[in-house]
Ligand binder design. Structure first.
Ligand code: MN3
Length: 242
């Protein structure tokens, strides 16, 4: 009944040339509510001794927060303000560098925090299992083979960037690295795919504890992998490409 009344009012208003607004119901959602900045899923010191608390705090509360703030500023008032992050990233070549750099930084760090977990919470789950374990063995010969290829991608990235394990459109796993805040979702990536596991190899991610020894940081990283999360991403990615 109410719907009919409202429809009649709108028709009447329309016929009288009145622009009708439904007010708050149609007001656009603020960008900072569409894209949100979350706390870490664990305490700053939860990844000790592999990644130190001070690095985690600065990395999350300053670096990540700055990427988020600048991303929100860059998309406010544009078509991107209501798009999904995945949609923006896969079409990144259409958008300004500020969106590529800050949107990438915002997305990549959230992704990174979630693919890590405290080492003491990994009991019984220190390696991938199920379908992901099978795919890793098939593609890289063994988990050790995958780790070597992944660490090599991270160590050989010149300057700042990321190393990734991803799924390509053909359903195959691959390892790559990207410069700056790029990632494999982006249409500018050398090889595109759906990321499953990522590691930040910017100096700010490891310098306080490891200084110039990026390889030591990459070796320590395996102690804090949230394999359950990586497996979840793999299952979802497989469904997505079918
Ligand atoms: Mn970083």
């Amino acid at each position: 009944m109410k719907t009919i009344q409202l429809t009649l009012i709108l028709i009447l208003a329309g016929s009288m040339g009145i622009q009708y607004s439904l007010g708050a119901q149609t007001a656009p959602q603020p960008v900072s509510q569409h894209f949100t900045f979350s706390p870490l899923p664990y305490a700053y010191d939860a990844l000790e001794p592999y990644i130190d608390a001070q690095t985690m705090e600065i990395h999350h509360s300053r670096h990540h927060q700055a990427y988020y703030n600048n991303f929100v500023k860059a998309v406010e008032g544009t078509e991107m303000a209501t798009m999904s992050m995945e949609n923006i990233l896969t079409n990144i070549s259409r958008y300004p560098a500020a969106v590529r750099n800050n949107g990438g930084g915002y997305y990549n760090h959230t992704f990174f925090w979630e693919n890590m977990a405290p080492a003491d919470k990994q009991a019984g789950h220190r390696a991938p299992s199920g379908k992901l374990a099978e795919a890793i063995d098939k593609t890289f010969g063994s988990l050790a083979g995958m780790k070597t290829a992944f660490a090599t991608a991270g160590a050989s990235r010149f300057g700042s960037g990321w190393a990734w394990l991803s799924l390509d459109a053909g359903g195959n796993l691959f390892i790559s690295s990207t410069p700056n805040q790029d990632n494999p979702l982006m249409d500018v990536a050398e090889k595109q795919g759906i990321p499953l596991l990522g590691v930040d190899v910017w100096e700010h991610a490891y310098y306080l504890k490891y200084q110039n020894k990026r390889a030591d940081y990459l070796a320590a990283f395996w102690n804090v992998i949230n394999w359950k999360e990586v497996e979840k991403r793999y299952e979802k990615a497989l469904k997505g490409i079918k």
